[in-house]
Design a protein. Structure first.
Lengths: 631, 96, 164
């Protein structure tokens, strides 16, 4: 097979696993806080270094043959079906691995400051390392099964980390919600995968690695399920899994609740890495999606709708982290829009820039929360510019990046996406995208203004965060500001060697760019105006019902509760508990067995009742039978 | 007449007495039917066996029957005084 | 004629036993048993076992029956079943007896060919005496031991009762 054998690959994965084992097994008693944090961060640093080394080795290879492989062990071997725990390092995987390990390392360093003094400090780092391990397994996987292992694993770690402070039942419930919603999506993913492998196996293709899949994907075209072509069905099912993992409509409901976890967790998992798994999957399986244009349309529409919908909800939220959560959902929608338009490289580009500025924003929010000793309500903050100058500057960088101010990273990636979407033929979708850009700028500016500017509304004195927290934020701010410019063409050339960077823009493209930038600035200015207490109150008074609707996230959670959860609970109670558990298992099997043996015992005891006449009867009957037998 | 008929008569007597023995509840009644069964066996012995040896055996059986009846009644009286009832159904210490 | 006598006495005994099964009154039941025993004596007579007939009357009808009658006189309620047994057991008992009869009859099918002459002979007592005091003398004497043992047993049981 092609691909050079590169034994270093496995160490990218095993370093975080080692960190997990050390922190998990030795924990607070033997390691203590400082050593625990050190080990956790070091593990990721080692991983990052290995990833960088692999990346440089990859660059040395000729552009058409950039592929490194490694195999850990033979995982499944059942007759002719054989799956290895194999990993590949190609340009796409390289980009993802670098982002994951790099941003993770920064967040680990940040966490050493943020989580200081927490009772579960070592457990936290163990979970974080485990998460990075699974995420790397996901991006470096050479076949969809190993990818699914990573897929599930990050879901698990997400649950563990969201419900990190598990003593609070609300937080534990949020963790459960995340895991279960993810699981629903994963069911779709698995079914899609099964159909895929089933069809391929029926045609004699048994190996499951991506190269083989790419070569044989066309075989799917011959099959139809209930009128839907097989490629479309598989792609839709896989996308359903992606909506769960990457928080798109309809399975996005877990992400806002996931803000119950520690803020660095939100930064890592729900901004930079786990939620991008869906986008990565789409990019990885792009050859499959190219066979199913209808599925791509669905992806495009869902991404567009989600982006707009989430941005609207984010307009009226009070909790600083919730605003950022809905912002993440919205930006992921952008990435899916790009993928739906066939521009997978653009979606990966936005993935990268989003990782930078969203992680920065989350870390900044964490810094604010840390400084305000736990306060998260935006309406109780204000005037932090003076009290937390560092954070102010760094968050400003992130704000400008996400708002699409020209020159910063967000501008490049978002603009590219909008251009590609327009090219793909959807003026309507493009329009919604531009509107969403305006809304994005609005709510981020609102967040910035309410938290840092204007007069101070809160009580107490906010202290600036320690160096361990501000240094990683600085690194991210540099990336957020300069990353776009740096990566703009290099990324595309790297991902697709046949890409030719265009010089200058067509007049069409320039016009689109001007409109989207204008939309961004409109959003910023409107936010400045509307967050003044006067206009804000007036607006709220004018549209009370609309405000309530938006503030309550359009009651989607309540609708789900009514449509899905209540019937399920009732079914569980009546049928599964009442009928099956209490009735069948308890009543029939457990108690029934006891009663049956008791009854049998009583029946058999009649044979020894001490009564003469019974004995005589048995005696006579026996004699009769014996005679009958003999004769 | 054939020996078959004689055998049949004695078997009939035995079966009737057995029927009575198996369907009664009181101990004394059981003993009485028991004696009748023994009597029927005696008839069979006399009717079918080689004379006069079988008759000698029959004489001995008389004596044994008498002895058995005596002992049986003594036992019944003892049981009656211990259990205060003469029903075979109630004279038991097992709980079956 | 002898055959008729055999049938007559045999049938009588059978009838008496049958009636006894369904009899409730202890006095009548005792009478029926007596009838059965006496018919057996007649049967012996018909079979030319005169000594046996006499002994049957003396021992069975005279001694054993008297014993039962005394017992029934002392405790007349001993005859009745105070608790009616359930039908199932009764039916089972009757069925067992019926099956027993059938089987026994089947067993003795071989005897169809054997012929037994029941001519009336004057007296076979001499031959019987020779057997009893000759060949079976030892067993005959043992009988007295048996009776002695039973007497001792009965007295012991009765004595125990009185003391208890």
């Amino acid at each position: 097979m092609e691909g050079n054998y590169y034994p270093l690959l496995k160490w990218i994965l095993l370093a975080p696993l080692a960190g997990f084992l050390l922190n998990g097994l030795l924990g607070k008693k033997f390691l203590g806080e400082r050593a625990g944090g050190l080990i956790g961060s070091l593990a990721i640093l080692v991983s990052f270094i290995f990833a960088a080394l692999s990346f440089s080795d990859l660059l040395n290879l000729p552009a058409e043959n950039r592929l490194l492989r490694d195999t850990l062990f033979n995982w499944i071997s059942a007759g002719t079906f054989s799956v290895d725990a194999a990993f590949r390092f190609d340009p796409l995987a390289a980009v993802m691995a670098l982002i994951v390990t790099g941003v993770s390392f920064l967040i680990h360093v940040y966490s050493t400051g943020y989580m200081k003094g927490d009772a579960g400090y070592n457990r936290y780092f163990a979970y974080l390392n485990l998460f990075v391990f699974f995420m790397l397994a996901l991006v470096l996987a050479d076949n969809p099964l190993v990818m699914f292992v990573g897929w599930e694993g990050v879901g698990l770690c997400s649950y563990l980390l969201i419900g990190f402070w598990y003593e609070d039942p609300e937080k534990a419930t949020a963790g459960k919600k995340a895991f279960i919603t993810n699981r629903v999506g994963d069911a779709g993913f698995l079914i899609g995968l099964m159909i895929l492998s089933g069809i391929l196996a029926a045609n004699g293709v048994i190996a499951m690695d991506f190269e083989t899949l790419r070569a044989n994907a066309h075989l799917l075209g011959a099959y139809n399920f209930l009128g839907i072509a097989a490629p479309t069905l598989v792609c839709l099912l896989l996308f359903f899994g992606a909506t769960g993992k990457s928080a798109q409509f309809p399975l996005y409901v877990w992400l806002p609740d996931a803000m119950a976890g520690p803020t660095p967790v939100s930064a890592l998992i729900h901004a930079a890495t786990m939620v991008t798994a869906g986008v990565y999957m789409l990019a990885r399986l792009s050859f499959l999606y190219e066979l199913a244009p209808r599925a791509l349309e669905v992806v495009l529409l869902v991404g567009c709708f989600t982006a707009f919908f989430a941005a609207v909800i984010g307009l009226a939220q009070r909790d600083i982290k919730k605003v950022l959560a809905y912002s993440t959902v919205s930006q992921l929608g952008y990435m899916f829009m790009a993928a739906g338009a066939g521009a997978y490289a653009a979606s990966v580009f936005h993935l990268a820039t989003h990782a930078f500025f969203k992680a920065l924003l989350f870390l900044g929010a964490g810094s604010v929360i840390h400084g305000m000793s736990g306060e998260q309500d935006l309406l109780k903050m204000g005037g932090l510019k003076k009290e937390m100058p560092f954070t102010f500057l760094l968050v400003a960088a992130g704000w400008l990046a996400i708002a699409g101010v020209p020159g910063l990273s967000g501008f490049y990636s978002k603009d590219l996406i909008l251009e590609k979407v327009f090219e793909h033929g959807g003026a309507f979708v493009w329009g919604v995208g531009v509107l969403t850009a305006a809304l994005t700028a609005f709510y981020t500016t609102r967040l910035f203004v309410l938290a840092f500017l204007r007069s101070k509304r809160g009580t107490g004195h906010a202290h600036e965060s320690p160096l361990s927290m501000t240094l990683p934020m600085t690194a991210l701010a540099l990336l957020a500001v300069g990353g776009g410019l740096f990566l703009k063409d290099r990324l595309f050339v790297f991902l697709d060697p046949s890409f030719v960077p265009s010089h200058g823009h067509t007049p069409e493209a320039l016009r689109l760019m001007v409109i989207s930038v204008a939309a961004g600035f409109t959003g910023i200015i409107t936010a400045f105006l509307l967050t003044l207490p006067g206009p804000a109150a007036a607006l709220k008074a004018a549209l009370p019902r609309a405000h309530a609707l938006v503030y309550n996230k359009f009651y989607v959670d309540e609708i789900y509760g009514f449509l899905v959860l209540r019937p399920l609970k009732r079914f569980s109670d009546r049928v599964l508990f009442g009928l099956v558990d209490a009735g069948l298992i308890d009543g029939l099997l457990v108690n029934g067995t006891a009663r049956a043996s008791y009854a049998a015992g009583r029946l058999l005891a009649k044979a020894q009742n001490g009564r003469l006449d019974t004995y005589a009867l048995v005696f006579a009957a026996g004699v009769a039978l014996m005679l009958y037998w003999i004769i | 007449m054939s020996a078959y008929t004689l055998a049949g008569i004695s078997f009939l007597l035995f079966a009737l007495a057995a029927a009575g023995f198996l369907t009664c509840g009181s101990l004394v009644r059981m003993l009485m039917f028991l004696e009748l069964m023994l009597n029927a066996a005696n008839v069979a012995l006399v009717a079918l066996g080689p004379q006069p040896a079988s008759q000698a055996y029959a004489v001995m059986l008389f004596a044994i029957a008498a002895a058995e009846a005596g002992v049986g009644l003594a036992l019944i009286i003892t049981l009656a005084s211990t259990f205060r009832t003469l029903e075979a159904a109630n004279i038991k210490e097992l709980k079956g | 004629m002898i055959a008729a006598a055999v049938y007559f006495f045999g049938g009588l005994a059978a009838l008496a036993t049958l009636l006894m099964i369904f009899q409730r009154d202890p006095v009548k039941a005792a009478m029926l048993m007596l009838a059965a025993l006496l018919s057996t004596a007649g049967l012996y007579l018909a079979l030319s076992a005169q000594l046996l007939a006499a002994l049957q009357v003396i021992l069975y009808a005279g001694a054993i029956m008297t014993l039962f009658i005394v017992a029934l006189t002392v405790m007349p309620q001993a005859w009745r079943d105070h608790q009616p047994k359930n039908v199932f057991t009764r039916v089972l008992g009757l069925a067992a007896a019926a099956v027993l009869l059938t089987e026994l009859v089947k067993v003795s099918a071989v005897l169809r060919t054997a012929v037994r002459n029941v001519d009336f002979s004057e007296s076979g007592v001499l031959g019987l005496a020779r057997e009893l005091f000759g060949r079976f003398a030892f067993q005959f004497e043992l009988l007295s031991l048996v009776i002695l043992t039973s007497i001792v047993a009965a007295v012991t049981l009765a004595a125990k009762r009185r003391e208890a």
